[in-house]
Design a protein around this ligand. Structure first.
Ligand SMILES: Nc1ncnc2c1ncn2[C@@H]1O[C@H](COP(=O)(O)OP(=O)(O)OP(=O)(O)O)[C@@H](O)[C@H]1O
Ligand SMILES: [Mg+2]
Length: 254
């Protein structure tokens, strides 16, 4: 089989040309970065777990009417997706203060916010993904006011749904980041959920103990990073049958 053409290599994923026009293959790596790639490492098995977790969450979201780029999983690390024109904005939803919000505003980590708060960050590595207001987004044409209406509406529905889904398995959804894209079908355009939803871009705390089950374990050197990602998959009921042996590909028998 001819090798697929690589279109983009990011920090956590690689995009390849898909089998049909308008499709891409998204490959999930074990590479992890934090603090705008100043901290680099690998989390063994992360790519496999994030591929599964993102598939699971996007399928559940699609069932409740959220349009997504996800088509189907192809392999342990690859999924087929619809190619979209990415809106260059990271949309962050916060339910509980943590991370940069706690630092910036001096709100103790773990403080429940009076209501869910949406923040926007301009996707630009050279500028360190600066926080921007909706005014900047529409004034500079990164998204139209209509796109933003759709994005806010979808984001709030995603937050509601995922908060409930995670709560059901004993996990508190503290905050998360999503990306959206424009999907063109003939003359029509729809905003759809793209990229991934995984412990790389969510803060997930065990509801009973508040133990962190996400990339903060890597950012803050808390240890047991792989185990935390595995535990999230396990609670969602999607850890592959063979457990972690299945995660690393074939092993030579001694
Ligand atoms: N359906 C899609 N169509 C086109 N591009 C997509 C789609 N879903 C995700 N992407 C883009 O693919 C890339 C995924 O790679 P990765 O997450 O590793 O990037 P990254 O290092 O975080 O860089 P970036 O700053 O571009 O997000 C991202 O740039 C993301 O915006
Ligand atoms: Mg990314």
């Amino acid at each position: 089989m001819a090798r697929r053409r690589q279109l983009y290599e990011g920090k956590a994923k690689i995009l390849y040309e898909g089998p049909e026009p308008g499709t891409l293959v998204q490959y999930f790596k074990d590479d992890a970065t934090a603090f705008n790639a100043q901290k680099k490492g690998t989390i063994p098995g992360k790519g496999v777990l994030n591929n599964r977790i993102s598939e699971f969450l996007m399928l559940r979201l699609a069932e409740v009417g959220i349009p997504t780029h996800f088509i189907r999983r192809l392999t342990m690390r690859e999924q087929l997706i619809r190619e979209v024109e990415i809106v260059p904005i990271e949309v962050v939803v916060r339910n509980i203060a943590a991370g940069s919000m706690s630092t910036r505003l001096g709100i103790a980590e773990g403080t429940r916010l009076p209501r869910s708060i949406i923040e926007y960050y301009y996707k630009n590595d050279a500028l360190n993904d600066p926080m921007v207001a909706e005014e900047h987004i529409t004034a500079f044409g990164w998204a139209s006011p209509q796109d933003m209406d759709d994005i806010v509406h979808l984001t709030l529905r995603i937050n509601d749904f995922l908060t409930g889904l995670f709560l059901g398995v004993g996990i508190t959804l503290v905050d998360f980041k999503v990306e959206f894209g424009r999907l063109w079908e003939n003359e029509d355009m729809r905003i759809v959920l793209a990229d991934e939803i995984s412990p790389d871009n969510c803060r997930l705390w065990d509801t009973k103990t508040n133990e962190k089950m996400d990339k903060d374990r890597f950012r803050r050197d808390l240890g047991r990073v792989e185990e935390a990602y595995q535990e999230v998959a396990k609670r969602l009921g999607i850890l592959p049958e063979a457990g972690m042996r299945d995660m690393k590909g074939p092993e030579l028998m001694q």
